[in-house]
Design a protein around this ligand. Structure first.
Ligand code: PMP
Length: 283
């Protein structure tokens, strides 16, 4: 069954949606994206994703596509046309098509693409078993706060994790963990939830902001600071957050068990509260 996707103003069968070979997203990774989760056929954290998208475009001096003001409606229409109950919607905006040149084109029309992905988000095995991670030197560019499609190094790091029989990599810069390949990273020590402070070094996770808020509301202590791989190995618990994973425990770091070597209560509780709250606020 073909999905219906959205490309530059049109709903099309996926096999008919075609983008130019001169698209700067294709030639130069000159594109930004967002992934919004869908639960019970509704969108989670739409406002946060939409705000970050606008910021990414503005940081890169990229124009808005014609349909920018209709994005919520397009998300909802894709959910409807694809009968999506659980999964996510991928959205990408590139600067558009122009003959290859490092200089930004003046009058290119941004390319807008959205498609759905159907997958379980609640009943995922890793929520129960936890994930194994390895540490890898962070070799990404310096503006990780902008959500661009330059995902080659994160892909390489993920492949290094797979080769080491792990599930993901935590990236390390100057001895401190920045984040996971596609998620924010946390440790729990003596009841405190510790995660790296916001800067250009990490993506400002939409799930991160909500998890920290619900943690504080549940009277948990949150400390935003850098931490090392060794601290992660000696932590009581560790976990990751992202729009598609919510919160998932990490039970092993570079072959060392973290805490009891099984999912801990803080990550489990945060996952539960986050899912309940997101469900209630889904639109
Ligand atoms: N960091 C990186 C590098 C990511 O790719 C992602 C997911 N896109 C995140 C963090 C988590 O962000 P969010 O909670 O907004 O999905």
């Amino acid at each position: 069954m073909e999905r219906t996707v959205f490309l530059n103003g049109e709903y099309l069968p996926e096999s008919e949606a075609k983008v130019s070979i001169f698209d700067r997203g294709f030639l130069m990774a000159d594109a930004v994206y967002e992934v919004t989760s869908v639960l019970d056929g509704k969108l989670l954290e739409y406002a946060g994703h939409s705000k970050r998208l606008e910021r990414s475009l503005s940081e890169l001096g990229m124009g808005k596509p014609k349909d920018f003001d209709n994005l919520l409606e397009i998300h909802r229409e894709l959910v409807k046309r694809n009968d999506l109950q659980e999964g996510g919607i991928y959205l990408q905006i590139s600067r558009g098509s122009a003959d290859r040149d490092f200089v930004y084109p003046k009058d290119a029309e941004p390319t807008l693409v959205l498609f759905t992905q159907s997958r379980p988000v609640i009943e995922v095995p890793a929520a129960k078993t936890g994930m194994k991670v390895i540490s890898v030197e962070d070799q990404r560019w310096g503006r990780r706060d902008i959500k661009t499609v330059q995902l080659l190094f994160p892909s390489m790091a993920k492949m290094m994790a797979k080769a080491a029989d792990a599930d993901d990599a935590w990236l390390v810069q100057d001895g401190f963990v920045t984040e996971g390949t596609s998620n924010n990273a946390y440790i729990v020590k003596d009841g405190k939830i510790i995660t790296r402070e916001l800067s250009n070094d990490i993506l400002h996770g939409i799930t991160r902001a909500s998890i920290l808020r619900v943690a504080k509301e549940a009277q948990m202590e949150v400390v935003e600071r850098k931490f090392t791989v060794e601290e992660a190995q000696n932590a009581d618990e560790a976990f990751i957050t992202s729009a598609s994973a919510f919160a998932i425990p990490v039970v092993q770091m570079d072959g060392e068990t973290v805490g009891a070597g099984e999912p801990g209560p803080v990550a489990a509780r945060l996952r539960e509260i986050y899912i309940e709250e997101s469900r209630n606020n889904a639109i």
